[in-house]
Design a protein around this ligand. Structure first.
Ligand SMILES: [Zn+2]
Length: 240
């Protein structure tokens, strides 16, 4: 049996996180636990021990309007502690988030650092696809996962052409816009839970449901080898 992989999970959003962390390691599910800021990343690392299966990513979320230049300095200083970066990105969907100019400046800086350090990024893009593409074109990072893509097909194709991978969750394949996800190349697919934001067969996501989530998505793609494909894809993106 191959290990299941979850490339985008919010462990710190669960009240019972010690138990959830234990489940992840007991189930031997490789899990990238994203955070929203360098501060949260450090707290998580202090409170929860990482294992072979559970890793924390250092984040810089565009929705966190309180993040500022000193957080970018922390980000630059702390990035050596992990191979994984997220959640980062651009989000123009609400006025209450970080302002657009600041988002653009910080996201450029983060992508610049990650490209030169060759870190794996899990990226959130909401109503900002063109700007995200411009920045990715500029720095040409090797290890990019677009998480919960909601943009149009033309921009999705541009991101594929840039070498990006895409992480798919159960809510995406159950949405009205799901048809476009069939256009993604099989060798670029990864699986994310984005727990606690998703449901698997009407149940709030927990790591004990990752296997069921894979089944739902395998059915959508009509691909009985999804577990193996995702394993191979993840191995490949880590090696580039
Ligand atoms: Zn997320």
């Amino acid at each position: 049996m191959m290990n299941l992989i979850d490339t985008h999970f919010h462990l710190d959003y669960y009240k019972n996180y010690p138990e959830i962390a234990k489940n992840i390691t007991e189930q031997r599910q490789y899990t990238i636990c994203v955070t929203n800021s360098p501060g949260v990343f450090m707290s998580c690392k202090k409170i929860i021990s990482e294992t072979r299966y559970l890793k924390f990513a250092i984040g810089f979320h565009p929705r966190e309007s309180s993040l500022c230049a000193s957080d970018i300095r922390d980000f630059t200083r702390l990035i050596r502690l992990t191979n994984y970066v997220g959640e980062i990105g651009l989000d123009y969907s609400s006025e209450s988030y970080m302002n657009k100019q600041q988002q653009l400046r910080f996201f450029s800086q983060v992508v610049d650092i990650c490209s030169s350090e060759n870190k794996l990024m899990t990226i959130h893009i909401r109503k900002a696809e063109e700007d995200a593409i411009t920045i990715l074109e500029r720095y040409k990072p090797n290890k990019v996962i677009i998480h919960w893509y909601t943009g149009n097909r033309a921009n999705m194709k541009k991101l594929v052409d840039l070498g990006c991978y895409f992480s798919i969750n159960t809510n995406m394949v159950n949405s009205r816009a799901s048809e476009k996800y069939h256009l993604l190349p099989r060798e670029r697919l990864l699986i994310e839970s984005d727990g606690p934001y998703t449901k698997v067969n009407n149940r709030k996501y927990s790591p004990l449901l990752l296997k069921d989530a894979y089944e739902v998505i395998a059915k959508f793609y009509d691909n009985p080898d999804l577990i193996r494909d995702v394993y191979e894809n993840f191995k490949r993106i880590l090696s580039v």
